[in-house]
Design a protein around this ligand. Structure first.
Ligand code: RUB
Length: 328
């Protein structure tokens, strides 16, 4: 059903969004999914399709192109599943022959907005649960920039002011985004280099970290999480220091199609690590770390706290369309 070519990249809106996602100008799984759907909404307004089939095929294909610009972003690819499910449902329940292209167009726009609303509603719920859960905490630890974890911290800080330790997050320094946003909300924020994480998490004589809050890019069917590189070391340190690790994320980051035995992790350009490195040097620059479920205390999702091994069945129950296979 999907167009396999990259023709959509000749369109400025799609091209710009694709490049911004690839270059991490659009950063974090939630922002990638939102940008994917917003870009296709804008692109659609400039298109003129003569048939419903073309409208459907090209919308799904351009969504898929942006959703797969980075390989570990199932919040975006699950959105394409939602689109396919809702559009086919619409065509099946309306009498196919009577639907005009204009009506189908409005439906497509409606579905794209529906998915954006699901993302927004999930975040509201996560923040509501997180506010109560972390209200009593005084010192929290976070890594990189997760817009979801950050919102929970900002909201729970309103109840009891907190100190938040943020990693700088080599090589692209996304921790600075978190730090700036926390400071804007007058939160006492301390930045550390990534390699100081274990000490800060385990040594209570310094700043007694009560919980580690991280986001997720991807959730595997077995309950493992994938998040910014460094997350695994942080989770190991948390286990050693007996500190809980909460993965704060919409449940729709579950990737039912991931190969749990050998999950593919995005490899970034070596120049991000060392732009003018000696040519003999080999640099390996993975964007993310898998975090085995044993190191995750719980996922905090729109359904509240969930044990890692239970997440997959809960998601399938609430969003049965997540099982749709997209033929690429
Ligand atoms: C960002 C990152 C974030 C997750 C979750 O990595 O790992 O923790 O994407 O973010 P990158 P959110 O900077 O490479 O995109 O909670 O905003 O979905």
């Amino acid at each position: 059903m999907l167009q396999s070519n990259m023709d959509y990249l000749s369109h400025p809106i799609i091209k710009q969004t694709y490049e911004d996602i690839k270059n991490i100008k659009i950063q974090g799984a939630t922002n990638v999914a939102i940008a994917t759907f917003e870009a296709v909404k804008k692109w659609l307004k400039q298109q003129n399709f003569s048939s419903i089939e073309n409208l459907y095929k090209h919308t799904a294909s351009s969504l898929w192109l942006l959703a797969t610009a980075r390989p570990n972003e199932p919040l975006a690819t699950n959105g394409v599943r939602f689109f396919v499910y809702r559009f086919e449902e619409f065509m099946a329940t309306s009498n196919g022959d009577d639907v005009t292209v204009g009506e189908a167009y409005s439906m497509v726009e409606k579905i794209l907005q529906e998915y954006l609303d699901i993302i927004a509603q999930s975040k509201r719920e996560i923040v509501r649960f997180g506010r109560a859960l972390f209200a009593p905490a005084q010192t929290l630890f976070t890594h990189c920039h997760s817009s979801t974890a950050e919102s929970v911290i900002i909201e729970s800080n309103k109840h009891l002011p907190k100190t938040v330790i943020v990693t700088e997050t080599r090589p692209l320094y996304q921790g600075r985004i978190t730090a700036k946003n926390l400071i804007k909300h007058k939160i006492n924020t301390i930045m550390i280099v990534d390699s100081a994480s274990a000490r800060f998490i385990t040594d209570d004589s310094f700043l007694p970290v009560e919980a580690v809050l991280i986001g997720a890019d991807e959730i595997l069917p077995n309950g493992d999480a994938i998040n910014k590189v460094g997350s695994y070391s942080i989770a190991l340190a948390a286990k050693e220091g007996k500190k809980p690790v909460y993965v704060i994320t919409p449940s729709l980051k579950l990737n039912l199609y991931a190969d749990t035995s050998g999950v593919k992790i995005e490899l970034r350009p070596p120049q991000e690590v060392w732009p003018d490195a000696p040519s003999e040097l080999k640099i390996i620059n993975p964007a993310f770390d898998p975090i085995p479920k044993e190191y995750i205390t719980a996922y905090l999702t729109e359904f509240g706290l969930i044990e890692p091994t239970k997440l997959s069945s809960i998601v399938k129950k609430h969003y049965p369309w997540i099982l749709i296979n997209i033929p690429t």
